[in-house]
Design a protein around this ligand. Structure first.
Ligand SMILES: Cc1ncc(COP(=O)(O)O)c(C=O)c1O
Length: 430
């Protein structure tokens, strides 16, 4: 019986062993990524998968205790699950947080967070350049519940702070780097805002690149579907922060119900073990790719935080340990050039996700931002010729030559139209 064991046995009261392998704060983050989230392993090197939806108890008193305790991990899996908890503990450790809560997806995390923390009449300040579904949540869903949202270009730290209404703004929500334009938000300036909770979607960076809580922000959120899990085999979200805030969100989450699967949590935990080497390699290759595309014919701009030309290069150097694996490229030829680029890759895949081992290309105007008007897209910095690259783990030479080939295809002039039957072909000579 799992739940009748006691702490004096070296076992926590809700049924998962303390095996003494919690990371020691003396270790660097790369080492902690290997050690974190092992509390319930009971001798296994790998976190066991606990698929059980429910956990038996031997007494009513024990059931009562579990039903009324915060975040029990072995009671009923909508409330918590030991495999999911192992993943949550690992993320909390890497983000320097007291606690973390996992969700069924990044959007499950973000919508639970917003609806847990905001009520009718509250005000939110949200970055204008957000992932499209997050924008939709703030622009389309929040107003239906009487939550007012002000959208701000969050690259302007003064404007961000200035949009806060004292006594009414409960949340400031930003994403840095922003998807897909790679704009950055100054985390120190965000952490210095007093009053509202300061929340950062750090999906494009991850804890090996930046740790928003160390800048004074309150909560960090991830689509763990991306780089944290890192293998395109888990759909998962996670929030990390102070234990009381995480418990508050968990309380709402138990009715919202966007519950993380233990199988996905298991895959994500395995992915976390290699996070540091993946991010290092992806950052190295991404910088090389960004440099190789910049200034080429047909390329209007390359957006990558570690490029000398990034308008917020100094901010990147201050708050990001590496550039990360995401690059976006603005092509001169608009929609047609973007379309040709993403349809011409041979090694990379045309697919809408990021952070995995395969290099992926996306044309945001026809995918993630397809439901926005051209004006809305322009306000978010998403031109019709923008292509987003998620740099994978293939050999950098192969990635570079694949993308160079796609650029050549995107910028090649149209072949002359075939002459109508019976007429001579038009001359191509000047
Ligand atoms: C920055 C960012 N946040 C949140 C999400 C939503 O994550 P999920 O697809 O796991 O719901 C995404 C998805 O692409 C994203 O890019």
């Amino acid at each position: 019986m799992a739940n009748d064991r006691v702490a004096s046995d070296g076992v926590v009261s809700d049924g998962v062993a303390e095996d003494g392998h919690e990371p020691d704060p003396q270790y660097r983050i790369e080492t902690r990524a290997i050690l974190a989230g092992r509390r319930g392993n009971e001798g296994s090197l790998v976190a066991p998968v606990w698929p059980s939806t429910t956990f038996e108890t031997s007494t009513v008193a024990e059931s009562l205790r579990l039903a009324t305790s915060l975040r029990p991990q072995a009671f009923y899996s909508r409330y918590g699950n030991p495999t999911v908890r192992a993943f949550e503990d690992a993320v909390a450790d890497l983000e320097g947080a007291e606690a973390a809560q996992a969700f069924a997806s990044g959007m499950g995390a973000i919508s639970s967070l917003v609806l847990a923390l905001c009520s009718k009449g509250d005000h939110v300040v949200a970055q204008r350049q957000l992932y499209s579904s997050t924008s939709l949540l703030f622009a389309g869903v929040c107003p239906r519940f009487g939550i007012d949202v002000t959208f701000i270009d969050a690259t302007d730290a003064t404007a961000l702070a200035g949009a806060v209404i004292p006594g009414r703004t409960v949340l400031v929500f930003v994403e840095t780097p922003a998807n897909p334009g790679m704009q950055l938000v100054d985390l120190d300036a965000l952490g210095a805002i007093r009053g509202p909770l300061r929340v950062v979607d750090s999906t494009f960076a991850g804890p090996l690149v930046q740790r928003p809580l160390s800048h004074g922000c309150d909560l960090v959120v991830h689509s763990a579907t991306k780089g944290l899990a890192g293998h395109n085999d888990a759909t998962l979200g996670v929030i990390a922060g102070p234990a009381d805030l995480v418990s508050w969100i968990w309380n709402y989450h138990t009715v919202h119900g966007a519950v993380a699967s233990p199988y996905d949590a298991h895959n994500a935990l395995r992915g976390l073990r290699t996070l540091s080497v993946r991010v290092r390699q992806q950052s190295e290759t991404a910088l090389r790719v960004a440099r190789s595309l910049e200034g080429r014919d047909g390329v209007a701009a390359v957006h990558y935080p570690a490029l000398a030309s990034h308008p917020q290069r100094e901010l990147a150097a201050r708050q990001m340990a590496q550039g990360g694996g995401m690059v976006s490229v603005e092509l001169d030829g608009g929609w047609e050039a973007g379309k040709r680029f993403v349809e011409s890759v041979r090694l990379a895949r045309l697919a809408t996700s990021l952070g995995g081992p395969e290099t992926l290309v996306t044309h945001p105007a026809s995918t993630t931002a397809a439901n926005l008007t051209p004006e809305e897209r322009a306000a978010m910095g998403i031109g019709d010729g923008l292509v987003r690259l998620s740099i994978g783990l293939e050999h950098p030479d192969d990635i570079e030559s694949d993308l160079a080939g796609a650029l050549a295809a995107a910028t090649r002039p149209d072949p002359p139209h075939p002459a109508p039957a019976g007429q001579p072909a038009p001359s191509t000579e000047a």
